[in-house]
Design a protein around this ligand. Structure first.
Ligand code: CS2
Ligand code: MN
Length: 357
């Protein structure tokens, strides 16, 4: 298991040196934030990002995310240009030592929450999801909620420029079924497969977050059945999954350890996100600390399973609480993620032979 932390590069307020101070961190998960979705990530932009992290002693071997252009998800003929660009990005990233690319295939938005600062009893705040609020929300209300919760921070996809096109995008998805979306994903993966084989890069799709349809949009990575369907449709190892416990765990009928074992048996998990949550009713949940007993995710059980399979891929603590007065991007403060990373490393080390903890 290689423990990493997500780093938002130019958009991050946490110095790399602080991340390096977390014991056992082997690298950071990086990305570029100023390249429009669908454009090639040019080497001139990749190099300074990778170099900056490397100079701090933190290699970037995982990218999260190279986002997928909507035309690929929509399956439009114009997708070919964006697929070619994606292939070039893969080649460019491989030259700088990248091994895994995390991405998602959620239409229009990335993850969705009803609050970015839901207060817990311990005085910390977390991200939360309330189905009734989301089901009835208008874009203006959502924007107001995000502003009230976190000032200038917006969930991905809710940027003002983007919202200008939102009606048009929703219209385009009206005729796209889940089966269509799935075929568009398979088409994309098959098209980039030769480039993946040539470069050795693995793709790791992030599950839908939350794992059900939001705003009436199709969703195709919600449970074991969806994962099985994808891994079978494109059986090469380069087609892998980002095993995100918080996303898949938001469905009470998902058996996380069973899904993880199904994927581990086939060596199809290049990247793991560990996040803990609590269910607060059907379709409602909020996030908590990574500590196993804080929520409903069996964090200890998952790490034991990873250890049993001698997992040598990348792991990172996903969203943490905002604690100790830290001000940072919601879910991505350093303090709680550092606690989470140490907790996971501790569990892993206690399983290593010859060690007593
Ligand atoms: C991440 C996702 O912050 C998060 O919730 O787990 O945004 C993730 O980076 C993307 O869905 C992957 O493309
Ligand atoms: Mn995740």
């Amino acid at each position: 298991m290689k423990m990493t932390l997500r780093w938002f590069y130019t958009a991050d307020t946490i110095p790399l040196q602080y991340m390096k101070q977390v014991p056992g961190i082997s690298g950071v998960v990086g990305a570029l934030y100023d390249v429009p979705v669908g454009d090639v990530w040019e080497k001139e932009k990749i190099e300074p990002m990778i170099k900056k992290a490397k100079c701090a002693g933190l290699p970037v071997e995982v990218i999260e995310s190279v986002n997928i252009h909507e035309e690929i998800k929509l399956g439009l003929p114009t997708r070919e240009v964006y697929i070619d660009n994606y292939k070039q990005t893969i080649k460019n990233l491989a030259e700088y030592g990248v091994k895994v690319i995390c991405y998602n295939f959620m239409p229009i938005f990335d993850w969705t929450r009803s609050s970015l600062a839901f207060p817990l009893e311990d005085g910390s705040t977390v991200l939360s999801y309330e189905r009734d609020f989301i089901d009835g929300v208008t874009p203006d209300e959502m924007i107001k909620r995000m502003k009230d919760d976190s000032g200038s921070y917006q969930m991905p996809g809710w940027e003002a420029e983007r919202l200008a096109d939102i009606e048009q995008l929703f219209k385009q998805y009206e005729t796209v079924t889940e089966t269509d979306l799935f075929h568009h994903l398979v088409y994309f993966l098959e098209s980039i497969m030769p480039t993946l084989k040539e470069t050795g890069i693995k793709m790791a799709i992030h599950p839908d977050d939350p794992p059900w349809s939001v705003f009436g949009l199709p969703r195709i990575l919600k449970n074991k059945q969806d994962i099985e369907r994808l891994l079978e449709a494109v059986p090469e190892k380069e087609n892998g999954v980002t095993f995100c416990t918080g996303s898949l765990g938001a469905r009470q009928d998902n058996d996380l350890l069973d899904i993880a074992e199904y994927c581990l048996k086939q060596d199809r998990i290049p990247f793991v996100h560990i996040r803990n949550i609590i269910h607060t009713g059907e379709g409602n949940f909020h996030e908590v600390s990574h500590y196993d007993k804080s929520g409903s995710v069996d964090v200890v059980g998952l790490i034991k399973l990873l250890h049993q399979y001698q997992y040598d891929g990348y792991v990172r603590p996903d969203h943490g609480r905002m604690i100790w007065g830290e001000e940072a991007r919601p879910g991505y403060g350093l303090y709680d993620r550092a606690l989470g990373a140490m907790y996971m490393t501790g569990i892993w080390d206690s399983l290593e032979e010859g060690k007593t903890c």
